[in-house]
Design a binder for this molecule. Structure first.
Ligand code: MTE
Length: 320
């Protein structure tokens, strides 16, 4: 993301490559169909520690009214073969290959800090906090490309409420797994590992903010942030921290991976804003993966009606 500016991308890098279907996941998915489990749907209670994190396992969910309508969905193969996940390489096609054997089960997420009820939840418990919903969201990467993704997840606010934040809690800090043995990128000084992100508490509690465990009806493939990742549709994609192990409620604005590395390029807020250029390129337009034309980028990625009020009175050219 920091390495190149959009004009430097070769066409071959913008065109999605073939899906690298994880053989293990493929077998798992095929197995599910084979035993005819509830018309290939799987309910969270049936997830065993050994199966709950495999991409390609069907999920049961309801469709949310908060989904974005009237947009063509980006195909599964594009969403899963054109990724940023620097723990598994800095090229878009690397995470699909390098994360193939990443072990995402067993997995626990710790919810801690300024809360009355700290929690350590496995994936099945997280899915019981709130029923799984499908949320179709436009996603805009700071590099100038975008996708429309049918995420499956739960509102982050359900998890936070269950932990009962104390009145001192003002921000939420997130952390990715630190495991250089499994994550080759963490053996290099690319970022200050582990990847960290943060939101203001009201942003985290906003109904549009979700923790995703799947996409296109199935559990997340490793390269997309398995087993659980953040999705905040009005912010640039890098806010969507992947493979989360810790969520801390804190008093002060927490550091974030890209802001620590390049504060003049990546701010804490990182709201999609066509009027605030990246110091090295314009943010006025974007290319939807699968299209050639450039589209105009929308303020707050098109979610201004729902989220602009969170920032009333703030100078968004300074709080970028
Ligand atoms: N989370 C972790 N842990 N590591 C990363 O390198 N990359 C971010 C974000 N989350 C990243 C991450 C960036 S730059 C983007 S654009 C999105 O993930 C990309 O998500 P996608 O590959 O699923 O589209």
């Amino acid at each position: 993301m920091l390495i190149k500016k959009p004009e430097d991308f070769k066409y071959s890098e913008i065109t999605p490559k073939n899906v690298y279907l994880n053989r293990r996941n493929f077998i798992a998915a095929a197995g599910m169909v084979g035993v005819g489990l509830a018309a290939t749907k799987l309910i969270p209670d049936m997830l065993s520690p050994e199966t709950n994190a495999l991409g390609g396992t069907k999920l049961q969910f309801t469709k949310s009214d908060l989904s974005t309508k009237g947009e063509e969905l980006t195909p599964y193969k594009d969403i899963t073969s054109y990724n940023n996940f620097y723990e598994f390489g800095t090229h878009k096609d690397e995470p699909a290959i390098e994360a193939k054997n990443f072990k995402t089960s067993p997995w626990t997420v710790s919810i801690e800090g300024l809360v009355k009820k700290p929690q350590k939840l496995d994936l099945a418990s997280i899915m019981k906090v709130s029923p799984l919903e499908e949320r179709v969201y436009r996603m805009r990467c700071v590099e100038g490309w975008s996708m429309v993704i049918p995420w499956i997840g739960i509102p982050l606010n359900a998890i936070i409420k269950a932990a009962e934040p104390t009145p001192k809690a003002k921000y939420v800090a997130f952390q990715t797994l630190l495991d250089p043995k499994q994550m080759p990128g963490q053996r290099e000084e690319i970022l200050n590992w582990p990847y960290i992100e943060g939101l203001r508490l009201d942003e985290a509690m906003h109904p549009l903010t979700i923790l995703a465990v799947g996409l296109h009806g199935e559990t997340l493939p490793n390269q997309d942030g398995a087993p659980i990742r953040l999705v905040v549709p009005w912010k640039y994609g890098f806010k969507g921290i992947k493979s989360i192990v810790k969520i801390s409620l804190v008093e002060k604005q927490p550091p974030t991976a890209w802001n620590v590395l390049a504060p003049s390029e990546y701010g804490f807020y990182s709201n999609v804003n066509p009027d605030v250029d990246h110091p090295r390129w314009s943010q006025a337009t974007e290319r939807r993966i699968g299209e050639f034309r450039r589209r105009k980028t929308l303020m707050f990625n098109g979610y201004a009606d729902q989220v602009a009020k969170l920032y009333s009175g703030m100078d968004l050219t300074r709080n970028y």
